[in-house]
Design a protein around this ligand. Structure first.
Ligand code: ATP
Length: 236
């Protein structure tokens, strides 16, 4: 097996054209489950896009001591995968076809092995293997998106608001899945709006506001911190 992924981000800046969203961000994603919290527009999605190579970045990013490549395909080969906001499945393709696309970088035999593994990890998807992704419920589609990202066998999995728009029971199930993935040895970096539930499953967290970090620490401490309680949990 490979060493547990450990991401170090130092002085990261990123944005859109001349518009800088993230300024001089320094953070660490250690093995386990790290959650990024913060209000709308804080730059959470921008951070995941920058780490995935979808937008340019400046600053230093190291994955297990090695400089992170700039191109998305090289980043995926290096062991990082993203479950994007809104899932971005191919609705007219089956569950199986969507999953196979997540394994586009590996040879056919290995892809088949990983597909079997995905169906073992997500038994509900095996039952729906031939269903068109676009006809599934929101929660099921999110599960396909997570399973698709796992098809690249990442050492580090990034998820952008996996619980967005889901019913409370599905939110719990998705968060339990991310916890299981982290426990099985894949480092997880997750953006979540569901502060209370996210901190309940995470090991550590960062709070991002207007492109800068305003709080960080173990999830249990963040839950009790005044920054989080006042701004996000509706308590004084
Ligand atoms: P949300 O929870 O609403 O998704 P977020 O924390 O993920 O918020 P981002 O999506 O990273 O925030 O957006 C941060 C800032 O970047 C916002 O001011 C947003 O308007 C801007 N932004 C996002 N995408 C683009 C883009 N493609 N072009 C220009 N500006 C953008």
């Amino acid at each position: 097996g490979t060493a547990h992924a450990h991401l170090k981000v130092q002085g990261l800046s990123a944005g859109y054209g001349a518009f800088l969203v993230l300024r001089d961000l320094t953070l660490e994603v250690k093995p386990g489950l790290t959650v990024i919290l913060g209000p709308n527009g804080a730059g959470k999605t921008t951070l995941l896009k920058a780490l995935s190579g979808l937008i340019p970045r400046s600053g230093e990013v190291q994955l297990n001591g090695e400089a992170l490549p700039k191109k998305t395909s090289d980043i995926v080969k290096g062991g990082m995968a993203l479950v994007p906001e809104g899932r971005q499945l191919f609705p007219q393709m089956t569950v199986t076809e969507n999953l196979e696309l997540g394994g586009w970088l590996v040879a056919k035999a290995e892809r088949a092995r990983r597909l079997e593994q995905a169906f073992n990890d997500f038994p509900k998807l095996r039952e729906r293997a031939q269903q068109l992704a676009g006809t599934m419920s929101g929660g099921e589609q999110q599960m396909v998106a997570v399973a698709r990202a796992m098809m690249s066998a990442p050492r580090l999995l990034m998820l952008d608001e996996p619980s967005l728009g889901l019913a409370p029971r599905m939110v719990d199930e998705l968060l339990a899945i991310t916890r299981r993935i982290a426990d099985a040895g894949t480092t997880v970096l997750m953006v979540e709006q569901n502060v209370k539930k996210a901190l309940a499953v995470a090991d550590r967290g960062y709070v991002l506001e207007r492109g800068t970090l305003v709080a960080s620490g173990p999830a249990a401490l963040l839950t009790r911190s005044s920054v989080i309680r006042e701004a996000y949990l509706g308590a004084g």
